[in-house]
Design a protein around this ligand. Structure first.
Ligand code: PNS
Length: 171
């Protein structure tokens, strides 16, 4: 069974990576799919994010990294994936994730959403939290792989505080 793990991944965190590693034990192939979202102003371009994810998952042979636009279910069907994978950190995630799963079900009955609970140690972690910490000069070394931490520090060293892209609460 092929699973799609869609998201913004701006940037990918250790929480995402933990989920991907666990998903490789459940599915024959896991496609990490970065949404090309014209409605968001990301910190990293899609191309930068693809590079970051490829190097963070290079030890996982059954993982593929790709980008897509449009509806996730259409992309899933195009890739012949039967599962959309999403992580659940807390009850607060549940409402929006359930709504998304229900919406996707109305768009395609072929694709099932599967939720994996994030591990306890990552239950607080999000891309937004990482950006917020780095933006104000904190260390994110314990939250993202080293090469991504370097990218983040470099990014924020170049952007004046008042020009940093604002982030949504949960990404
Ligand atoms: O990492 P994110 O930002 O929480 O991921 C959200 C994502 C990309 C999975 C979601 O926004 C999505 O699937 N967008 C594509 C458009 C779509 O299919 N919408 C219908 C489901 S609500």
């Amino acid at each position: 069974m092929i699973a799609i793990y869609p998201g913004s991944f701006d940037p990918i965190t250790l929480g995402h990576l933990d989920l991907i590693e666990r998903a490789t034990r459940l599915f024959s192939r896991v496609i990490v799919a970065v949404l090309r979202n014209p409605n968001k102003t990301p910190l990293f371009t899609v191309e930068q994010r693809l590079k970051q994810i490829i190097s963070a998952t290079s030890h996982l042979p059954s993982v593929e990294v790709d980008s897509f636009d449009g509806l996730t279910v259409n992309y899933a069907q195009m890739r012949q994936a039967g599962v959309l994978l999403r992580g659940l950190r807390a009850v607060s995630d549940f409402e929006i994730e359930l709504q998304m799963a229900h919406t996707n079900k109305t768009l395609s009955t072929q694709v099932e959403t599967v939720f994996l609970a994030t591990s306890n140690e990552h239950s607080f972690l999000s891309s937004s939290v990482v950006k917020e910490i780095a933006r104000f000069g904190g260390s994110v070394d314990h939250l993202v792989p080293p090469h991504i931490a370097t990218d983040i520090y470099q990014c924020y060293s170049q952007i004046p505080l008042w020009e940093n892209p604002m982030t949504t609460p949960r990404e």
